[in-house]
Design a protein around this ligand. Structure first.
Ligand code: FA5
Length: 356
């Protein structure tokens, strides 16, 4: 190659780079083109490396031609880079101008309150208005609190009424919230108005209305001259408030060692309207609020004189009440991790039966 041919090759590379530049629309592509031309392995880069092939007396001339070519091509590339950078900046500016801060934002995916929690809060507010204290008790209980303090000694057949999870440390997972009765009597003495919501555990066969983990709300009132009519009136008010309408109740005798007399308060099944369905075991009624007058032995164990004080207690089936309120026909869905919110449809009224 002589000097003339070299000049032609440089002009060729410059012309091709100029043509390629027109097709380049992105900064990254431009950088790629620069490397293909000016990089060590690029078309001009390789030509620069071949400078040693020329006789020493021509090398000055060769170097000059190559450097001038390189400067011109670099100039073309830089000019295009400036154009592309300006365009990118203007696009961003257009985006900023198009942004309307008054438009509603993109809604974030929100969680919702669990139906049992929602009803628990509602019941708590209701009882707080009536002057009750809200207490909590431990889920891992002593045998004494879960049974003995409630007039259920070790040999009592009533221990079999509730299938118990016994722990290796000799304690139990509480089978009901009733142990909080004893704790509250010891803590506050008489007179007393307390409710105690919480989780309970039973070694049960699970079906549409039985879970091994479910919620109750214990209620306890101790005062002078308290009787069953107070209890039944309170149950009516409570259930009507939560269901937002008059509720048909059925009261029948019930046996619990810690009350005397004991009653069972059932409510009309909202899933089937009383016609009978798997949720109410075809009876049309749901066991919701067993209760009774506190047994003298339980008052005594709590340090309260049964000659002076009387009281009633109840164990509201909170999970079942949530099912009735929201039309949930299978209890298993409540512990299933199903995240669909059901509060909104229920608020709109109408019998929703869920899950489909
Ligand atoms: C009791 O647990 C008594 N401690 C209630 C009580 C308290 C009576 C104070 C008298 C005085 P029972 O086992 O029936 O009672 O349970 C009470 C309520 O909890 C039931 O009516 C029902 O609504 C709910 N319940 C019981 N077992 C389950 C279960 N496996 N799954 C879901 N809810 C249940």
């Amino acid at each position: 190659m002589d000097l003339v041919q070299l000049a032609e090759r440089i002009a060729d590379i410059e012309a091709r780079a100029g043509a390629d530049l027109k097709a380049v629309a992105a900064i990254d592509a431009l950088r790629g083109l620069e490397s293909n031309v000016l990089g060590k392995q690029g078309s001009l880069g390789l030509l620069i490396a071949s400078v040693k092939q020329f006789p020493p007396d021509q090398r000055g001339q060769v170097g000059k031609l190559l450097n001038e070519g390189k400067t011109r091509i670099k100039g073309l590339l830089d000019a295009r880079m400036a154009e592309l950078q300006t365009a990118a900046h203007t696009d961003n500016a257009d985006d900023a101008a198009a942004f309307d801060p008054t438009l509603p934002g993109v809604a974030a995916a929100m969680g919702s309150v669990h139906p049992v929690t929602a009803v628990q809060w509602e019941v708590e507010r209701l009882f707080e208005r009536l002057g009750f204290t809200v207490e909590a008790g431990p889920e891992m209980e002593t045998e004494y609190h879960n049974f003995e303090a409630l007039n259920i000694p070790a040999t009592h057949p009533a221990r079999d009424m509730q299938d118990t999870f016994w722990l290796t440390n000799g304690m139990v997972l509480r089978t009901h919230t009733s142990p909080v009765q004893h704790r509250a009597m010891k803590k506050f003495g008489a007179p007393l108005r307390v409710i105690a919501p919480g989780r309970c555990f039973r070694y049960e066969t699970i079906d549409a209305s039985h879970e091994n983990t479910f919620h109750q709300i214990e209620g306890l009132v101790i005062d002078r001259d308290i009787g069953l009519p107070h209890l039944i009136a309170m149950a009516k008010t409570l259930l009507a408030e939560v269901m937002k309408r008059e509720v048909e109740l059925r009261v029948r005798p019930g046996y619990f060692p810690f009350v005397e007399p004991g009653i069972e308060i059932d409510m009309n099944c909202r899933i089937c309207g009383g016609a009978g369905c798997p949720t109410c075991k075809q009876s049309g009624w749901v066991e919701i609020l067993p209760a009774g007058m506190v047994h003298p032995n339980v008052l005594r164990a709590g340090g309260i004189d049964p000659e002076q004080w009387s009281g009633f207690a109840f164990g509201l089936g909170l999970t079942r009440l949530a099912m009735m309120k929201y039309g949930i026909r299978d209890i298993r869905v409540l512990n299933s991790g199903d995240l669909r919110p059901i509060v909104a449809p229920a608020r709109l009224g109408g019998p929703i039966v869920w899950p489909e």
